[in-house]
Design a protein around this ligand. Structure first.
Ligand SMILES: Nc1ncnc2c1ncn2[C@@H]1O[C@H](COP(=O)(O)OP(=O)(O)OP(=O)(O)O)[C@@H](O)[C@H]1O
Ligand SMILES: Nc1ncnc2c1ncn2[C@@H]1O[C@H](COP(=O)(O)OP(=O)(O)OP(=O)(O)O)[C@@H](O)[C@H]1O
Ligand SMILES: [Mg+2]
Ligand SMILES: [Mg+2]
Lengths: 225, 225
C-alpha cells in the first residue's frame, strides 16, 4: 500500500542543511504490521508525516495505494487522510477546548456521520482505552497518559485501513500499553496496515517487521520471528 | 527536604469528585534519589506539581526545607522555584518562539545572571544532552526527543538542589536515556535531591528508592538493592 523511491526531506536553516529523511526506498504491503525504531532525531516522525501525506517530500516519489501522491489534488489527499488513515501523533494534537468525546468523534464529523451515531461509537472506543468514565473531560483535566489514550481512541474510531502511530505508548504504564497494543492487533487482524514508531523494544516485538532508521536512512529491515 | 502530611488534591467536575492525590504522607531527605511509578492517572504529575509548589493542595500540609509552604508569600515561593528547583515537565513546556539556547538560559535570566555568562552555561549544558549543534533551533525545528532534551537541559542549567523530573526519558532512545540518567546521577553525586517519575522499570532501577502510587495514594515504598 506504501511505496517510496528516493524519498528525501531536507531542511535548510541558514547555511546548515539537515536531511531528516534521505533517499529512502520503502515498501509496506497491505495488512503488514511494521515498527520503526531509531535514535532520537533519526527521521521517524518525518517519515510518518510523509507517509501520511501530512508533509511533502523535498525530492523523491511516493505511491499510496498505487497512486503517486504528488499527482493528487488537495481534495484527494484530504479525502484519503480523513477516510483511510488513522494518526496517533507524537504530540497528541488534541483540541484543548473539546472534550475527550468531541476530540474522538472528530474524524467521523469529517465523514458526515450523524451526531447520535458518531457519539455512540466515540464513547465506545473511549471505553476500549479505559476512559469510558471521562468522556466529558477536556485534555487539561487529564493526565499525560490519559491524553495519549484519547489520541489513540481518535485514531481508531474510523477503523482506518492504515494506522500510523507515532510513539503511542511512551507515556503509558505497561498495563495500559498492553491494552493499546491489543487494540492495534485487533485492527491488524481485520486486514488493516499498521505502522508504529516506538522506542520500546517490547512494543516493537509485537510487530511483524522492524525497520531501524539512522540519519534519515534505513539502517536495518528485519522480520520478527 | 520534603515532608507532607495528609496531602490531598481533589477536583470537582460537576457532581463527580476525583482525588488526584489523597491523604498522602511522604518524606524525602536531602540527597535522596527517588523514583515514582504507577499507573496512568495514579497521581504522579499532580504530586510532582504539589512538591514543586506549582499547585496548591486542597487539604493537608507540605513542608519544604522545614518551612510550611502555605505560610510562604508568592514572592518566597517564586524565589524557591527559580533558585532551587529544576523542573522537567511531562509536556516539556518550552517556549515555542525561543531558540533552544534561549529556552535553556531562562532560569538564569530570572536569577539575573549576565548575558554572556548565562549563554555560555546554557550552550554547555545543551552540549551535555547532545544538542550542542542545535542551539539556535526552535522547538518546531526539532524532533520530539530533542525537545525533551532541551527541557532536561533547562532543568539542569541552574544546578538545582532539588530536581523534579516528570517522565524525562519517555520519548528517548535507550542511548540518549543513558546519557540523561548519567547527568542526573552526576547532579545527585553532588549532594542534590532527585525525584523522578517514570514508567520504565530500568530507569526506576537507577534510583535509590521507588514509591508506587495507586489512586492518589502510596501503594509501596521500597529501597532498590
Ligand atoms: N484539572 C483536572 N481536573 C480534573 N481531573 C484532573 C485534573 N488534573 C488531573 N486530573 C485527574 O487526576 C488524576 C491524576 O492525574 P495525574 O496527571 O497526576 O496522573 P499521572 O499519574 O501523572 O498519570 P500519567 O502517567 O498518565 O501521566 C487523573 O485521573 C487525572 O485525570
Ligand atoms: N522543521 C524542521 N526544521 C529543521 N529541522 C527539522 C525540522 N523538523 C525536524 N527536523 C530535524 O530532522 C531530524 C529528524 O526529525 P524527526 O522528528 O523525524 O526525528 P525522530 O526520529 O522522530 O526523533 P524522536 O525520536 O526524537 O522523536 C531531526 O534532526 C530534527 O531536528
Ligand atoms: Mg519523533
Ligand atoms: Mg503524568
Amino acid at each position: 500500500v506504501i511505496r517510496t523511491q528516493g524519498l528525501t526531506k531536507r531542511y535548510q536553516t541558514g547555511a546548515e542543511v539537515i536531511f531528516a529523511v534521505k533517499d529512502l526506498d520503502l515498501r509496506v504491503e497491505r495488512g503488514e504490521f511494521m515498527a520503526i525504531m531509531g535514535a532520537s532525531g533519526s527521521g521517524k516522525s518525518t517519515l510518518m508525516n510523509l507517509i501520511g501525506c501530512l508533509d511533502t517530500p523535498t525530492t523523491g516519489t511516493y505511491w499510496l495505494n498505487g497512486v503517486e501522491t504528488s499527482q493528487m489534488s488537495d481534495d484527494e489527499l484530504a479525502a484519503i487522510r480523513n477516510r483511510e488513515i488513522g494518526f496517533v501523533f507524537q504530540t497528541y494534537n488534541l483540541l484543548p477546548r473539546l472534550t475527550a468525546l468531541q476530540n474522538v468523534e472528530l474524524p467521523l464529523v469529517y465523514r458526515g456521520v450523524p451526531a447520535r451515531e458518531r457519539r455512540a461509537v466515540a464513547a465506545e472506543v473511549l471505553g476500549h482505552v479505559g476512559l469510558g468514565t471521562r468522556i466529558q473531560h477536556r485534555p487539561n483535566e487529564m493526565s499525560g497518559g490519559q491524553r495519549q489514550r484519547v489520541a489513540v481512541a481518535r485514531s481508531l474510531v474510523g477503523t482506518p485501513s492504515l494506522l500510523l502511530a507515532d510513539e503511542p505508548t511512551g507515556n503509558l504504564d505497561s498495563r495500559t500499553t498492553e491494552d493499546i497494543l491489543d487494540l492495534f492487533e485487533q485492527l491488524h487482524s481485520q486486514g488493516n496496515t499498521i505502522v508504529l514508531v516506538t522506542h520500546e523494544p517490547d512494543v516493537a516485538r509485537r510487530a511483524q517487521r522492524v525497520i531501524v532508521l539512522r540519519d534519515g536512512e534505513i539502517f536495518s529491515d528485519e522480520l520478527n520471528d
